[in-house]
Structures are given as structure tokens and as C-alpha cells.
Write a protein that binds this ligand. Sequence first.
Ligand code: PLP
Length: 429
Amino acid sequence: MQITESKKLFEKAVEMIPGGVNSPVRAFKAVGGTPIFFKKASGAYLYDEDDNRYIDYIGSWGPMLLGHAYPKVIEAVQQAAADSTSFGAPTRREVELAELILDMVPTLDKIRMVNSGTEACMSAIRVARGYTGRHKILKFEGNYHGHADSFLIKAGSGAMTFGTPSSPGVTPGTAADTLTARHNDLEQVRQICLEHGKELAAIIIEPVAGNMGCIPPEPGFLEGLRALCDEHGIVLIFDEVMTGFRLARGGAQELLEIEADLVTYGKIIGAGLPVGAYAGKAEIMNCVSPTGPVYQAGTLSGNPLAMAAGYALLSELHANPSIYNELDQKSAYLEKGLREVLERIGEQYTINRLGSMINIFFGSHKVQDFDTALKTDVERFKDYFHGMLHNGVYLPPAAFESWFLSNALTYADLDATIEATEQALSPSR
Ligand SMILES: *Cc1c(COP(=O)(O)O)cnc(C)c1O
């Protein structure tokens, strides 16, 4: 496999763009080597600048649920573009997408469109604060909610639940309002609520975590959070930026049968265009300006191209619920095949999967939170990643990221992925 054009582009890019990329994980820092530059994609396949083909397990981190360049999405975007790319005024397409989403997720009453998952989560906690009149939020270690200041907080030292900034530029003042807890540790959340319940505006969580590898909720964990939020008057926010419209039409809420008060979306709802949204109960959403006093705005929010793309993709999911069964069967098939290979090779591994979110951790212990994820063998993942890349399979370039399957994957693609895994990890290599 020849990688020359990507290297040339990267050399040029690092001169002008910090790290050569517009979002850090793309830079391959977590796996080493030079990032691959892509020029096109179709269905389940990516093509790089050297015309190498890869089977794609990122799907743009989620949006390509039905594969790249899905014809109905492309057509919708072209039509919308011909009618002008933006108005800064209301359009029919915003109403149509809102109606479709509220229909697919019946627990939601109202929705506001923004331009990214970051914006959605940032806005959702502001609304929760405005609604409750409280200042603090609780998040879970290893969960990602975008790069707003309030979320770039890690656990403080010792047993303290108050966070410290995980990035320079975030003030201690902001960090003081974000508490952190261990993912899947209901008892710890209960303790925090006993102490700080009256100060907490919101608990925000990835109901199925995907940003520390795939980590499904332990039985009773999310139910317990729901009960604690009810007991202490805290707004429960499900960050469904990854899981929304992926795990089921109604996302994790539907699959796991738990209702959040606010839900954030991104990724899939824009079908690859920049969109995010937050949505929830009317009583809370009515706090949002101009109905209520909580300010939130956006020049390009509800952009017609983005609305058209999202509408085209979600319409397909709405009309064909069997897509979710197909995706689940493909993911189960991949999981089974990977397990067989890893057993045969004698690899220490754990596979976590829920629906079409899956990944391999190198290490045989159970992975249920950030600490147990960090204890897995990252060096082994790096070998695996590059072995797979060499064999034409593009995995997320970091050990702690979920893979995202698309329904464009064929069983032959899955077999090729399983075969590539055997080659990438076999001792003879
Ligand atoms: C990607 C992601 C975000 C941030 O979305 P952006 O569109 O990248 O700003 C927030 N929450 C979760 C769970 C995500 O996976």
C-alpha cells in the first residue's frame, strides 16, 4: 500500500493548521504515523489521496449510518443548495425535520437546532441551569460532551468530586461548577447527590458511552440516575450525539426504556453536515429564548442544506425500521467472528458492543469505566490499528473510541475485517 500523497498533504497542512488537522484525533497522535487524507467515499468504502480503498468503521464518527454518499442525501443537499445555502430566517425545512424527529422520539416535546454536538451540550446545561436556578453539573469520567469549558474537566485528586480543568484555558471557576463521578458507579452518584443534590442543575451522561471505547450501562445504572434526578429535582440530560438514531429510531432512550429530561443530538441528525440539536420536555424547553429568558442563538442554525440532509437520512430510518435489525445482526456477526479469531490467536481481549457500536479492548478484564479502559493495552491497539490499516480497514485512530458500523457494510466486508484482524495480530507477522 502506497501512502505518498497523504504524507505530502500532511507536511503542508502542519505548516498552516495546528497539528495539521482541524480536530485532534485525526492527527494519529494516539496511534503514531501519518494521518491518511481522504478524497472520496462511497457506501462502506473510503478512498485516500493515493487511491487506496479502506473499509470504513468510523462513518465520520457516526453520521454515515447508511454509508457514504447515500444517494437520497446527496440529492436532497443538491436541491436545497440550488434554493440558496442560507437565509438567516425561518424555512419549511426546519419545521419538517423538527416534526420528523419529534415523531421518531415520542418522549420529546420541543427541539432547537444548533450546529454541532458541542453547541447542543453547552446549550443544554445552560437551559438546565436556567430552569432549575442551580449552578453545578455532574458529568462522568471518560464521557465526552464536546469542547465547551464546562466539560473539559477531569476528576480532582484524591476522593474529591470537584473537577480540575483538563485543558489550559479553562478557569478554576468553571471547574468548580462541574463535579465528576465514575461511570457506572451509582453509589458514588448517590453520595454526591446527598451532599450536593440541591446545587445540581443537571446530570449529563452518554447513556452508552462511546468516547472511551464502547461502554454500555450496567444494569440499573441509568434507572438509578433517573430516580436520583427525580428525587433531587435534577435535570437528567442524555447526550445522544452518538447513540441518537443509531441504537434505535428513538436512540438509547427507546432501546434502554429510560426517559431523559433533555437530550442532545449531533452526528447522525445532520447526515454528515454540521448539525446538533437539544430537545426535551416542553416545560424545560420553554425556558429557551425567545419564549423564555435563557439565551441561545445561531446565524446558521437550522441551515437548509443541513436540514435537508438530516431529513433525507432520518426519513429512511423512519420508513425502514428493519435497518436496525440488519445493523444489529451485522454487528453481532462481526463480534462473533472477531471473538473466534482472538481466541484462536490467544489474545487477551474484551469486546464491548451494543447495537452497531463495538470495539476491542486489549486486556481480559471487564471494561466498564474510564479507569478500566485506561488499564487496557494501548500499545497492542496501535499494532492492531496499523495492521488493519495496512490490510485496508480504517478503524478509529485511538484505542478509546467506539467503532461505528454502517448498514452499507456487506457480510463480505465483515469477513474481510475478521480476516484482516487475524493477519494483523498473528504472531507470524
Ligand atoms: C462527538 C460528540 C460530541 C461533540 O459533538 P461535535 O459535533 O464534535 O461538537 C458530544 N457528545 C458526544 C457523546 C459525542 O460523541
